[in-house]
Design a protein around this ligand. Sequence first.
Ligand code: FES
Length: 121
Amino acid sequence: MTDAVELCASADLVDGGRAVSFDVLYAGQSSRAFAIRYQGQVHAYLNRCSHIPMEMDYQEGQFFDDSGRWLLCSTHGAAYEPDSGACAGGPCRGGLVKIALSESGGLVRWHTGPHLKPLKF
Ligand code: FES
């Protein structure tokens, strides 16, 4: 069973712009996560690079490259597809862990799963 957790207002996510960060419990460990908008759709991932499991934004919320086309890890430059999290170049070893989102009524929500829970109840 999944629950929807309120994340932010739709207007907080601008296409190709800054991410909204949030915290989750993933497989029993607290982890940072982030949501972005790309080509009109919202997407969210664990903030964990597949190269080395560390956070990717040197500047908080800054995941897109200057062109707004790729999500970049600031550490060694791994590039990911914004809409799937798939590795698109650089030293990534696989894709990002995707988190289900939904958007309705001007709100964005993320969805819990078997390995994904809110940090605080
Ligand atoms: S830690 Fe992300 S590219 Fe190396």
